[in-house]
Design a protein around this ligand. Structure first.
Ligand code: ADP
Length: 277
């Protein structure tokens, strides 16, 4: 039975029947849940989830990160919590907290060895995501970022049906083949009546280390054109940059001002989009 009073969508979803399929944990009070999705893997979804969580934390919000990419979890490294362990107190899953104070749950935090593969069928993977939502003791959060799995399959569907998302951020690259697949993710969100908060364009260009000129790597439509075609807004365009790549091994990024600004603006636009709900 769903507990509407502890649901982030309480009073906003138009369904107070308790029959929506969302099971909330009454110990949690989460104001806004934001999914970060992309039909395609490897486009920077996890990197952007981690940086967005960090930006929101810097702005003084209480933030959590739920790694729903169960078979390819990367949150531990990106959030700098490799080696830490989450645990169950018999009732709830206790997430780990990173240096910045962001609460993180990821399957790797529960596995004895991060190299251990997760060879599970779809139903188990989906159950795991649901447990991460309703058994993790998140406490009071302003924002929970959900790093969604790639693709438009089983787990993505479970996230959309079982977690009350305020909206999703869609990550894409300026390459036509990627755009075609990301379009599927956008159409899935529309089908599921989930608000698209905007698009983050990753690997849009690289900066010449000598003159700072922006060099485009892919020849596909720009993020702005992609957004026009999909009737949504561009949250920001990020370059391919070694500092961003380093985040996945060091859990910390010393970003160039130009890139840090993109993330700061992205977070601001997301806050505005959620608050305008
Ligand atoms: P996804 O979650 O979509 O699978 P990741 O965020 O894990 O993608 O990124 C895939 C790989 O690309 C990672 O190794 C990450 O460090 C790297 N990466 C992502 N975005 C950038 C970027 N803008 N510049 C450099 N490397 C990046």
């Amino acid at each position: 039975m769903s507990d509407c009073s502890s649901c982030p969508s309480n009073g906003k979803c138009g369904n107070d029947s308790g029959q929506c399929g969302v099971v909330n944990n009454p110990a949690n009070k989460i104001k806004n849940v934001i999914g970060v999705m992309s039909g395609k893997g490897g486009v920077g979804k996890s990197t952007i989830s981690a940086m967005l969580a960090s930006e929101l934390k810097k702005k003084g919000y209480r933030v959590g990160l739920l790694d729903a990419d169960i078979t390819g979890p990367s949150a531990c490294r990106l959030m700098g919590v490799t080696g830490k362990k989450a645990y169950s107190d018999g009732k709830n899953i206790i997430p780990v907290e990173n240096e910045e104070g962001i609460k993180v749950i990821s399957l790797n935090l529960l596995l004895p060895d991060e190299n251990q593969p997760v060879v599970w069928r779809g139903s188990l993977l989906s159950n795991c995501v649901v447990q991460f939502w309703n058994e993790t003791l998140w406490g009071e959060l302003d924002y929970l970022i959900v790093d969604m799995p790639p693709g438009t399959g089983d787990i993505t569907l479970t996230v959309m049906q079982s977690i009350p998302l305020a909206g999703v951020i869609v990550v894409t690259l300026p390459q036509d083949m990627v755009a075609m697949i990301v379009n599927k993710a956008i159409n899935m969100a529309k089908l599921m009546k989930i608000k698209i908060l905007g698009v983050a364009e990753n690997m849009s260009y690289t900066l010449c280390p000598n003159c700072g000129e922006k060099i485009r790597i892919f020849s596909g439509n720009s993020g702005e054109d992609f957004c026009k075609e999909n009737d949504t807004v561009l949250l920001g365009s990020l370059p391919v940059d070694p500092d961003l790549a380093a985040l996945s091994s060091e859990g910390k990024a010393h970003l160039k001002d130009e890139i840090a600004d993109v993330f700061a603006q992205m977070a601001q636009k997301v806050i505005k989009a959620v608050e305008n709900e």
